[in-house]
Each structure stands twice: as structure tokens, then as C-alpha cells.
Design a protein around this ligand. Structure first.
Ligand SMILES: Nc1ncnc2c1ncn2[C@@H]1O[C@H](COP(=O)(O)OP(=O)(O)OP(=O)(O)O)[C@@H](O)[C@H]1O
Ligand SMILES: [Mg+2]
Length: 366
């Protein structure tokens, strides 16, 4: 897969910007604050329908403006597609695919797949459980549209159940209702857990092998789920029925505690996965360099996963990646990048690595 064009009219600091991208490697260079990260964010808007940085749509409207409008065209190897994401506070978000309006933003997700790395993620993702869940949710949503639908359904029921729990805490509702919401949560909840487990089991081997390529140390990277080892194979993952029963048990475990808390204490919204180095928590014990290597290895695993699932290589967006890497790892990354249909890198003026001559260079002038 490759993105061929992007048109911003406007988006963040760009009044208007038109870029053409070639296949293979692309290097966007420009001074700090010139808008390199914004361009990658705009590209991933076409992929996710929302900001990869977790920003609200409103924040992507230029200061003093009232809307943003991103149009792009990509080639999936068979044909070209166009998408457009428009947002204004007045009209809300409107999304188009190949010229036709989509009923829901989520219909855009899984059409054009991207993998995005940014240096900020090293701290964010590796520190907060919620950020790691988000990473996984974004990934699986790109592979399966049903996953996103389950997430949305789960989120809606969760809000209603939490509302009820608050009311129960104040003795303003009937406790039988909590059971009804629990079984409604268990359905999408079990499906979400099953997909997450499948994804993690598939991602783990690539994460491991990429990490040993990136790191100079002899430590082994791994993934844990709910503080335990992952199932060794896909076949060892509990069935959706079993997962549903487990989740229901958790939801019924301590009604008094839940009512006191006023929210749902267990479920996919609180599940955790994390990274390990030689079996110890990477978040707790890993060095900065090790954490960077883990996140990059995870991104390699993401690409492989999306390719296997969708049959297309995602477009790889690596923001300011060299600032995070020493010379040797930067070279290693460039070597790995040769395997992708398209990699878009950003760097300030002087990237510290030897960028191959075939890379397309886009200079953002002042
Ligand atoms: N909604 C917005 N409206 C106008 N300008 C914005 C908006 N959001 C961000 N900016 C501006 O965009 C610029 C930052 O762009 P971006 O983060 O893409 O820069 P960058 O080229 O990646 O810089 P660096 O090399 O420091 O990472 C800043 O000048 C910021 O003020
Ligand atoms: Mg930047």
C-alpha cells in the first residue's frame, strides 16, 4: 500500500499543502515546528478517522480557523482510492471514501492501514496501561472492522452500567438491572479479549526477533497479558464462550465494592498488557534505549500483523525516528525499511543516518 497524494485545506499550521509521495522511502525534512509531525498526523487521519496523537478534532483546526479538510489518495496495489476527512465545530466530522459520504467514521477504518511511530510514544505508551491498550485497539481495529464495532458497543454499555452503579450506590435504582448490563457487557467484552489475545500471540514472535536485531544487549523481549505469560499458540487461547464466562464471573465478583466505587472494576477497559525484558517488566526496569527498541520492534510487529490480516503492507510513518536512535540502530532501521512498500520518515535538517539515495526528499521551506 502507498499513499500517493495528500491535500490539506487547511490542517493545523498549514493553510494549504499539496504533496505527492513516491513508492519506497520518503524523507520529510524541515526545521522544528515546521509541521512534519502534523503531516504524518494528517496521513493517519485518513487511516483512522481521528488523530493518532489522541488530540481532539477541534485541536487540529488551525488557530483562528473554523474547519480542517484532509484529502488523500492511496494505491492498494490493485486500484487507487480517495478519502476525505472534514471537520468543523458546526457540522461535526464528515468522512468520504471514493467520493461517497460514509454514514459513520468507523467505516473508514481498515481501508487504508498505517503504522505510526513517534518519540513521544516511548514515554507515553510504555508508561501507561491505557496507552498500551489504545495502541492495541488502534491496531486491531485496522485489521477487523468488527473489533471497532465491539469496542464501541462495549463502551456504550459500560457507560450505562457505570451510571447505574452510581445510582445503586445512592440507592436510587434496582440491583437486578446491573445483572442485565453485565450480560450485555460480556458479549462484546469476550470478543474484545479474544481478539486482543490472538493479536498479542501473533505479534510476540516478530516483536522478539525485531528486538534482538535492534538491541545490542542479549536480553529477550516479550509480552505479558494480565501479568501472566501469553498462551503459547493461537490454539491455546480460551474460546469466546470461556472468556464470556470468566468476564461474567468478574462482573459479579463484588457488587458491594462496585457500587461503592460507582464504576465497573473489571473488564477489557481495565485489562493490561505489557512488555518484558528477560521476564522482568520493561516499563519498570527498562532503560530509555531499551524502551525505544521495544517500541520500534512493536511497530515492526504491527506492520507484519496488518500485512498478514489485510493482505496489504501498511504505510509506515516514522516521526523523528532518528532522534531516538544511535547510528547503528538507525542503519538497522533503514535496512528493515527496505522491505516495506512505503516508509515516510521525518527528520530535522540533518538526520544522523545515511539515507539511501533512492529516497524521495521533501523539504518544508520556511
Ligand atoms: N491547530 C493548530 N493551528 C495552527 N498551528 C498549529 C496547530 N496545531 C499545531 N500547530 C503548530 O504546528 C507547529 C508544530 O508542528 P509539528 O509538531 O508538526 O512540527 P514538527 O516539524 O514536527 O517539529 P519538530 O521537529 O519540533 O518535531 C507548531 O508551530 C504549532 O504551533
Ligand atoms: Mg515533530
Amino acid at each position: 500500500m502507498r499513499i500517493c497524494q495528500i491535500h490539506l485545506r487547511p490542517f493545523r499550521n498549514f493553510d494549504h499543502l499539496d504533496l505527492d509521495f513516491g513508492a519506497g522511502g520518503v524523507l520529510i525534512i524541515g526545521d522544528n515546528g515546521r509541521g512534519k509531525s502534523n503531516i504524518l498526523e494528517a496521513i493517519s487521519y485518513l487511516s483512522l478517522g481521528k488523530s493518532i496523537r489522541g488530540a481532539r478534532d477541534q485541536q487540529a483546526i488551525p488557530h483562528h480557523g473554523t474547519w480542517f479538510d484532509i484529502r488523500g489518495m492511496w494505491d492498494d496495489g490493485q486500484r487507487q482510492h480517495q478519502a476525505r476527512v472534514f471537520y468543523s465545530a458546526e457540522e461535526g466530522k464528515r468522512v468520504f471514501l471514493d467520493g461517497a459520504p460514509l454514514q459513520r467514521v468507523s467505516e473508514l477504518v481498515s481501508q487504508f492501514n498505517t503504522v505510526h511511530f513517534s518519540p513521544e510514544d516511548v514515554a507515553l505508551v510504555l508508561q501507561f496501561s491505557a496507552q498500551r491498550r489504545r495502541l492495541l485497539d488502534i491496531l486491531i481495529s485496522q485489521a477487523y472492522s468488527s473489533y471497532l464495532q465491539n469496542l464501541q458497543r462495549y463502551g456504550r454499555v459500560l457507560t450505562q452500567r457505570n451510571h447505574l452503579l452510581r445510582q445503586l450506590g445512592q440507592r436510587r435504582a434496582d440491583s437486578a438491572e446491573a445483572g442485565v448490563w453485565a450480560s450485555q457487557l460480556a458479549e462484546p467484552g469476550a470478543a474484545i479479549r479474544r481478539s486482543r489475545l490472538e493479536a498479542l500471540v501473533e505479534l510476540a514472535p516478530t516483536l522478539k526477533s525485531s528486538y534482538s536485531g535492534f538491541s545490542t544487549g542479549r536480553e529477550q523481549a516479550g509480552i505479558i497479558y494480565q501479568d501472566a505469560e501469553l498462551p503459547a499458540t493461537l490454539a491455546a487461547i480460551p474460546s469466546t464462550d470461556e472468556l464470556r464466562t470468566t468476564l461474567l464471573d468478574q462482573l459479579h465478583a463484588d457488587p458491594v465494592k462496585e457500587q461503592r466505587a460507582g464504576y465497573t472494576l473489571a473488564g477489557p477497559h481495565r485489562d493490561s498488557f505489557g512488555f518484558t525484558l528477560d521476564g522482568e517488566s520493561a516499563e519498570t526496569y527498562g532503560s530509555q534505549g531499551q524502551l525505544k527498541s521495544i517500541l520500534l520492534s512493536w511497530k515492526m510487529a504491527e506492520s507484519r500483523y496488518l500485512q498478514t490480516r489485510s493482505g496489504h503492507q501498511p504505510v509506515v510513518l516514522f516521526d523523528d525516528v532518528f532522534s531516538e536512535l544511535d547510528e547503528m540502530r538507525a542503519q538497522q532501521l533503514l535496512t528493515l525499511a527496505e522491505d516495506f512498500d512505503q516508509v515516510i520518515l521525518t527528520a530535522p535538517r540533518n538526520p544522523g543516518a545515511e539515507i539511501p539515495a533512492h529516497y524521495q526528499r521533501i523539504e518544508l521551506s520556511n
